[in-house]
Design a protein around this ligand. Structure first.
Ligand code: NAD
Length: 361
């Protein structure tokens, strides 16, 4: 009997529903060919959920997500809901679902096929063929550490935060990085500030111990965050999987996101709990919503990462090959278009990726 996966779709707002439609088109085609089944439940999230339920992430939607195998999220927000504050903001719904699903690792792959190297802010020869993958710890470190606070008056007024990681927190995110490295080019670069911070020394020691105990087949090296930031710009192709904590990962993954020159190409995932969330890095792009101009690649590639995580590696690899083929054939949405390219709509690009993906299987 074929495997069945239950997927919750949260299309959200703006271009979210448009890019979700294209990713489902591609997913259904690969599932049929690979011999598994995807069953979808679609729920409102963000602004759409505020309009329908007066809540950007109703508990009933959280329960549906928890009961599924994976969540595919488009994007949320837009001018219509900009005046709302606090828990009523569309983004609060996103924070809630990520927290409820216990996602402690954020995954951000960045690829720059040769056909897109000209779009990069770096020299084409520096980025052509780039394929790096950042694993960022998402629920610990200085963003959440206690104690934190502010006290005093005048020049004596001071504030503090605490950067804290336990061995258990470091091990579980390091495992995610080592496992992905095994699926890729088998190399992890762990990024810390072990020359200055105690917490980074614990990070490094823990990563080394785990590596020796369970992952000695994977190549491991270590960089200080300041050097890693330089290397990201000088020679980003040296990286395969980058493993790092919350604050360093926040900065490094955004730096890596600029290398390809377009938000429309960047998938992401937040995983670690029983159910992962797969979503493009871009927002709801209200300026182009409803016009057929949205680039669906980031969403389609996020769906590919979902298949990786479900263990459908062959189908996931075919999706990546399909997207690359369409780009190599010169088809572009407006955000990527340059002289000599073929301009295509969101739907046309989805159709092209579907065909190219099936051909790659
Ligand atoms: P954005 O990512 O939506 O758009 C930035 C620019 O990139 C716009 O010019 C847009 O047209 C373009 N763009 C983005 N994705 C594209 C795509 N797939 N194809 C073609 N062009 C694309 O960021 P923003 O304008 O700062 O935010 C718009 C709304 O999205 C806001 O309400 C914001 O809060 C929300 N937002 C949501 C998420 C999320 O849901 N994860 C992330 C970021 C922003």
């Amino acid at each position: 009997m074929s495997k069945t996966y239950n997927i919750t779709l949260l299309p959200g707002d703006g271009i979210g529903p448009e890019v979700i439609t294209e990713s489902v088109k591609v997913l259904d085609a690969v599932a049929e060919k690979a011999g598994f089944e995807l069953k979808y439940t679609t729920c409102n999230a963000g602004g759409a959920a505020i309009d329908a339920h007066n809540d950007p992430m109703p508990d009933s939607v959280v329960e549906t997500c928890k009961a599924s195998n994976a969540v595919l999220l488009g994007a949320v927000g837009g001018p219509k809901w900009d005046a709302l504050t606090g828990a009523m903001r569309p983004e609060s719904g996103l924070l809630k679902i990520r927290k409820e699903l216990g996602a402690f690792a954020n995954l951000r792959p960045v690829t720059v096929p040769e056909s897109l190297a000209e779009n990069s802010p770096l020299r084409p020869e520096t980025v052509a063929g780039l394929d790096l993958f950042t694993v960022r710890e998402l629920t610990g470190g200085i963003y959440f550490g206690e104690p934190r606070g502010t006290e005093g008056e005048g020049d004596d007024r001071k504030s503090w935060n605490t950067m804290v990681y336990s061995v258990g927190e470091i091990k579980r995110v390091a495992r995610v990085a080592f496992e992905w490295a095994r699926k890729r080019r088998n190399k992890v670069t762990s990024v810390d500030k072990a020359n200055v911070l105690d917490v980074s020394r614990l990070w490094r020691d823990t990563v080394i111990e785990l590596h020796q105990a369970e992952y000695s087949d994977v190549e491991l090296d270590h960089l200080y965050i300041d050097n890693a930031a330089m290397q990201m710009v000088i020679n980003p192709r040296q990286f395969d999987v980058i493993l790092t904590g919350n604050i360093f990962g926040d900065i490094l993954s955004d730096t890596s996101a600029t290398l390809g020159g377009s938000l429309g190409l960047l998938p992401s995932a937040s995983v670690g709990g029983p159910v992962g969330i797969f979503e493009p890095v871009h927002g709801s792009a209200p300026d182009i919503a409803g016009q057929g101009k949205a680039n669906p690649f980031a969403m389609i590639l996020s769906a590919g990462m979902m298949l990786d995580t479900l263990g459908e590696d062959a189908a996931a690899n075919a999706i990546r090959a399909g997207v690359k083929q369409v780009l190599d054939d010169g088809y572009r949405s407006g955000d990527l278009w340059r002289e000599g390219n073929k301009l295509a709509s969101t739907t046309e690009l989805g159709d092209l990726v579907k065909t190219a993906t099936l051909a790659a299987m």
